[in-house]
Design a protein around this ligand. Sequence first.
Ligand code: FES
Ligand SMILES: [Fe+2]
Length: 469
Amino acid sequence: MASFCASKFLPGLLMLGLGLAVALASSTPTLSLLKDNLKVMNMPLGDWLHILATNFTNFVASQTLLTLTIFGVASFILRYLYQLFLKPLNLDRALGDVGYVLDGKKKRDVVNDIRRRRKSGDLPPIYPNGWIPLVASQDLVKGDVKYISAVGNEFAVYRGEDGEAYAVDAYCPHLGANMAIGGMVKGNCLTCPFHGWVFEGKEGKCVDIPYQEKGKSVPAQAKVKSWSVIEQNGFVLVWHDVEGREPSWFPENIEEEKWGKMYYHGTTKHTVCAHVEEISENGADCAHLTFVHGAFMGSGNDLRYMGSKLWSWASHSWGGKWEQDPDHKHVGVMTVYHAFSLFGMPIEVTRTESTARQNGPAHVLLSFSLPFGKATIAIGVTPIEPLTQIVTQHVYASRFIPRWLAKSFLYAEYVQFERDIMVWNYKTYQRKPLLVFEDRLISKHRRWYSQFFSENSPKFEDMKKTLDW
Ligand code: FES
Ligand SMILES: [Fe+2]
């Protein structure tokens, strides 16, 4: 708690101190006060403090307006600089915050209305097999337990005293309490809040029933389902496979030999109403880049204002390609070419090439290479309902990329991403889309993504849930 308070208030106190220092230092009375004080170096401390307090009070009384103005401006600038250079980007958009046309109506009403009215289309199975990000690593501290609903399962995800993340079925096999709601982490085990049964996280075995008679052992069948967990690229991921197969591949790591350690610079979170595959499919849909992402970032995230004249002098030029990694069939690779354009002319020095490596159905590493380092946005898609995903994006950068630059990559990414959200929130899924030759990568991507579904993958019709928010 102490460290929380310190981290919360320290920047404010620093700014207050610096603001006052700037205000005082810039005033003539302060300078004369210092001169006077130099003459009286031999004074006792009490007299010193008295002079200081008297001068300060006189100064504040005589120049209140000037002081407040300078203090206000200095605080504002310092706060801005602090946010830009030192603080990680942190943005959490809930369902309905972006991507809906509210027109003065209540957010909740609009979201519920659109979700109910929307024709879902002939959807692919709703939850893919593979490594699924459940929670951002930083949101699961030691001793913490979280209730996560994803891929049609209810998980209790917790971090043991050993620092490891564990995921077990949330429902206790005894009488069905949800162990993530009120359950306690003890050592590396999770204790059920209802009758205190204790489960270890690796195998899911019950290791203690506290009210059992002394000498009796815990029944062997007292077990909760435990899930294979890895923690990588800022996410706790579980292996989800409806056929019960063991992991056949693992996600790549953001850290590579060339640039060494990658440093964390921020996170964004969005709730999106779409099928999980549609988010991935965006990576193979090169034609949409110009139409959705072509308008300059200043135009914002609302598709209705992309044609704004205010920003018509600037735009983004895009090109791209998508292919399956020839050596890793679970990896899809999108290469994106980008340049800023002024009055329709691309500016050569702004040309960049970035690569999005889709590591399975729900995790992407989007990397930007610079001559002096690399920035990577690690994206995790958590399917919480058939047509609702939480998309979390962490930005990391190598040593020589400053925080403000790393954050600018994530900023640009999420503004553009919010335009996609507006399309997804309202669209239907076309099982047999009307594609032209230039759209062929979409078909290719669908074939690639189908490897993450299997015979027993759940269908939308079987698992239709209420779409009320
Ligand atoms: S329901 Fe969990 S211990 Fe009884
Ligand atoms: Fe897009």
